[in-house]
Write a protein that binds this ligand. Structure first.
Ligand SMILES: Nc1ncnc2c1ncn2[C@@H]1O[C@H](COP(=O)(O)OP(=O)(O)OP(=O)(O)O)[C@@H](O)[C@H]1O
Ligand SMILES: [Mg+2]
Length: 491
């Protein structure tokens, strides 16, 4: 009924269940420093949010420093062939540059303390060999996103909050050079004639560049930093993103091959959650992942990872997500995992879910489980299928078992706000049933959102039969019971 399975021992945890892989990651809760709404008679200025000063992400430098640096740069370009440096390994290139810069400093008689000299050397090496002013940001592991809006403004997201930094590029030309250096690592080009580019850094971070003239105030560069130690469900529980019982139900959902869609807004934690769920897939299943930029880190041995390809400069050779998902079906997958479902590939994924590849998963941009269902309908329409709405909805209900909703709340914390089952149709309407919800109760004096995860008291969810088939019904019952007991305790 639910696809071929082996080695099912009732009640035993899945073989792939792993302990938390890393120490606690940065806590998602942060303080909010906004001006409180002022009284009606207060001056307008007092009503505006105060703009926090930029965070010091790199040493504070004077204009004098930048002048000296530019002088050294000029002298260096005259004295050595920078393209030759690229042929050296990075340690030798750094040594070579250091020698040249020290010589220039001596020749030009520049008075600098040893520590200033060291700082200047590092800075210039970063410009020539690395990603310039971005280097200190790339080296930090607590940053989730780096957002460069032209040469003068760089924002970062730390612990769920977006902050302006003091990072500045010399000018837009330097920023464009760095963008070009980043994308050329994956054999791509970004300039006026092809101003939009997706790429990946060597460490796996996801990069998007949009250059002038499309970006009006200088190139906009966005980097989603790759986290080597991906968050685990245990860590999400510790952060309060999900209750322990909710996390247990998610583990069961991952293991017992529920077809699952993770829904959420931008940066709400969809990919992180998808990665968490895949940890509970049994070791002996053949999994195929399809992504735009490989972010998932599956621990199982039998995984095939596929990535889409953008068109080349002549607009040829694109391989879309839809091509990948279709091709997957010829690769004898047991589970198909789609990093992000954005368009007509939803049709192929739903078909796969419906035809013996249960346990397939994907993420969708939507703000609630209801909206997620509507998005799926809209995406099917994008594929040019003119099916009656009822048929489309029937297709969705017969394919998707669970929708997990992730949300980044206004205080920067990320929560799993719904674990919802898709039940079936009543007339023309899709019926859903929430198992867990996050109930927002207000906010505290520091602007932190107050709320708690609650079970909805469903004792026998639709996934029950499936859990029993895989021998996990006792675990499911225990998790649901424990959730109810806890709700009563905190009520
Ligand atoms: N529950 C959480 N608590 C704290 N940080 C989290 C949580 N979930 C995700 N993050 C962090 O938030 C950032 C964004 O997460 P993720 O890439 O999973 O979001 P996404 O919804 O897939 O984003 P996008 O829409 O850009 O694909 C990552 O740095 C991740 O480590
Ligand atoms: Mg994502």
């Amino acid at each position: 009924m639910f696809g071929k399975r082996t080695n099912i021992t009732p009640g035993t945890p899945p073989a792939t269940l792993k302990p938390a892989a890393s120490p606690a990651a940065p806590a998602p809760e942060v303080r909010r420093e906004e001006a409180k709404p002022a009284a009606a008679s207060a001056p307008l200025a007092a009503m505006r949010k105060s703009t926090p000063p930029p965070v010091q992400a790199s040493p504070q430098r004077s204009d004098q420093y930048y002048q000296t640096k530019s002088m050294i740069f000029g002298a260096m370009i005259e004295s050595i062939d920078l393209s030759q440096l690229a042929k050296l390994d990075s340690a030798s290139a750094r040594d070579e540059l250091r020698d040249v810069i020290t010589e220039i400093l001596a020749l030009k008689n520049v008075a600098m303390s040893i520590s200033e000299q060291e700082d200047m050397l590092d800075d210039i090496c970063n410009d020539v060999l690395g990603f310039g002013p971005l280097e200190p940001l790339l080296a930090r592991d607590d940053i989730a996103d780096i957002m460069v809006n032209g040469a003068d403004r760089t924002f970062i997201e730390v612990a769920g909050k977006i902050q302006l930094t003091n990072i500045r590029f010399r000018d837009n030309a330097q920023l464009m050079n760095i963008c070009q250096r980043i994308v050329s690592q994956v054999g791509r080009r970004v300039d006026e004639s092809s101003p939009i580019c997706d790429a990946r850094l060597l460490d796996g971070s996801r990069v998007n560049v949009i250059a002038p003239p499309l970006a009006i105030d200088g190139a906009a560069l966005t980097i989603r930093k790759f986290k080597k130690d991906k968050l685990t469900l245990e860590q999400l529980t510790k952060f309060g993103s999900i209750s322990p019982e909710g996390a247990e139900v998610l583990k069961i959902i991952g293991r017992v091959r529920c077809n699952t869609v993770i829904s959420g807004g931008t940066g709400s934690g969809k990919t992180t959650l998808l990665n968490c769920l895949t940890r509970y897939i049994d070791e002996d299943e053949r999994i195929i992942t399809c992504e735009d930029a490989a972010e998932l880190q599956l621990q199982q041995a039998h995984v095939v990872r596929l990535e889409t390809r953008p068109p080349n400069l002549e607009g040829q050779g694109a391989i879309t997500m839809r091509d990948l998902v279709k091709n997957c079906l010829r690769m004898r997958p047991e589970r198909i995992i789609v990093g992000e479902v954005r368009g007509p590939e939803v049709f192929d994924l739903l078909q796969a879910m419906n035809t013996g590849h249960d346990g397939s998963m994907g993420t969708i941009h939507a703000n609630s489980p209801r909206e997620c269902l509507a998005r799926m309908e809209a995406m099917i329409a994008m594929g040019g299928y003119s099916l009656p709405p009822k048929t489309v909805r029937e297709m969705i209900t017969s394919s998707v078992d669970i929708i997990v909703q992730a949300q980044r709340l206004r205080d920067g914390s990320r929560r799993i706000t719904h674990i919802t089952e898709v039940m079936g149709m009543e007339g023309d309407v899709i019926v859903t049933q929430d198992l867990f919800v996050f109930d927002i109760q207000g906010e505290d004096a520091n602007g932190r959102v107050l709320g708690k995860h609650k079970s909805t008291g469903i004792g026998r969810p639709r996934m029950w039969e499936r859990a029993r088939y895989y021998g996990d019904d006792k675990r499911l019952a225990a998790a649901l019971d424990a959730a109810e007991v806890r709700d009563e305790r905190v009520a």
